[in-house]
Design a binder for this molecule. Structure first.
Ligand SMILES: Cc1ncc(COP(=O)(O)O)c(C=O)c1O
Length: 392
């Protein structure tokens, strides 16, 4: 049998079980309306929360950076890839987040895969929310430390596990800030208190909170008024910030240490100059005005209340992530396909990304949507929801 032929069967198995993901190709920018297969569709699938991914000022900043710095950083950060742009971005992010220092990585995934194993040793212990993001899980696995999962956002369960493992010298609680499939917010106030009571370092991955929650989009820690009570904040620059990249913010020693021991920092090429310049511009725009964040929240309130009124179950979301709960995967996939035919791009999500019987269409709102865009989406959801007898 030719090498790797087992993949032929594995792929066929995925297709047979309905788990094969067919990836759509966008024929232009990831804006509120996208072109796919020559057709224009309302985009309810992107993480471009603030519409910055193709904002004219962001594009100009990126183009100017290309003129000055070229298209690539040319090396890993620690050899010759650190440009003044990267340093400016780290200083701006530290200021924006109200933290002592910040280190930028090439993505949010790499920020988690960098910081967690750089700090946590195999003789330590990690308490991790059972619904944490894959990058947090992979970062934890790289440490070789025991990973003890607590029930989702269940503080009694977390405290029980902490107490049962009080013998470890160094203990860490790690949670997503906003859970990406349900849009609920971690009980970070209790986590901060538990961390203080039981001497655990606390870390939040705020990928879906950056640019969305808190004053002017400063994130979940700011939103809950926790300041430095959460020790490590990880964020992404690829969602609300509209570019690419990730970061770790906290006390200066974390940044110093990551520049010595963060493997994606040391062994993977730096963020490109255009991305760094785009991110810097995003911070400038957010520091100048809260309008985009306010519009995002107005849009999500408008969409969510209309969907609720129409009779849809939109789950427990507290953020612009809007899961339209449909139960069985075939309903979610069928509705998503019908929405697509009717001009709405909204992805179905089923097992194993979410538990069996909890399939959904995840509608993502953006400040870039106009009210009439939202009405267009709501109208089609209602029409197709009726077709599928999900609502009356
Ligand atoms: C909770 C969470 N953490 C991290 C990431 C990774 O971010 P990035 O796309 O910047 O790698 C994501 C992206 O899906 C996420 O949802």
């Amino acid at each position: 049998m030719p090498k790797l032929d087992f993949l032929v069967k594995d792929i066929a198995d995925l297709k047979d079980s309905g788990l094969y993901n067919t990836i759509r190709t966008l024929e232009g920018a990831n804006s509120p309306w996208v072109q796919i297969g020559g057709r224009k569709l309302l985009n309810l699938s992107s993480n471009n929360y603030l519409g910055l991914a193709n904002h004219p000022e962001m594009m100009k900043a990126a183009k100017d950076a290309i003129d000055k710095y070229g298209v690539g950083a040319g090396a890993v950060r620690s050899i010759a890839g650190t440009m003044d742009l990267h340093i400016k971005l780290e200083e701006a992010l530290a200021r924006f987040k109200g933290r002592e220092a910040c280190v930028v990585f090439q993505s949010g995934f790499l920020a988690n895969a960098g910081v967690i194993p750089a700090i946590i040793r195999k003789e330590d212990v990690i308490f991790s929310d059972e619904l944490n993001h894959a990058s947090v899980i992979d970062g934890c696995r790289l440490t070789k430390a025991p990973i003890l999962r607590y029930k989702h956002n269940d503080m009694a369960d977390l405290e029980r596990i902490i107490k049962e493992n009080g013998n470890y010298e160094r203990k860490y609680i790690i949670t997503d800030g906003v859970f990406s499939m349900d849009g609920d917010i971690a009980d970070l106030k209790s986590i901060a208190a538990l961390g203080e009571r039981h001497d655990c370092v606390t870390m939040v991955d705020d990928a879906h909170g950056e640019g969305v929650l808190g004053k002017g989009g400063r994130g979940v820690v700011n939103h809950l008024g926790l300041g430095e009570r959460i020790d490590i904040e990880v964020g992404t620059l690829s969602k609300a910030f509209g570019c690419a990249g990730g970061f770790v913010a906290g006390r200066r020693e974390i940044a110093d240490w990551l520049k010595q021991r963060g493997r994606p920092f040391l062994f993977s090429n730096a963020l490109s100059p255009s991305e760094a310049a785009g991110c810097l511009k995003a911070i400038e725009l957010l520091e100048k005005s809260e309008t985009l964040v306010t519009t995002l929240w107005e849009n999500s309130k408008y969409f969510k209340s209309a969907m609720k009124e129409a009779g849809f179950d939109i789950g427990i979301s507290q953020t612009p992530i809007t899961p339209v709960m449909l139960g069985e995967a075939n309903v979610a996939h069928g509705m998503s396909k019908r929405l697509f035919e009717d001009g709405v791009f909204a992805m179905a999500i089923g097992y194993p990304t979410v538990p069996k019987g909890k399939a959904r269409i995840r509608a993502m709102l953006s400040a870039g949507h106009a009210k009439k865009d939202l009405d267009y989406g709501i109208e089609r959801f209602v029409k197709i929801g009726r077709e599928f007898k999900v609502i009356k």
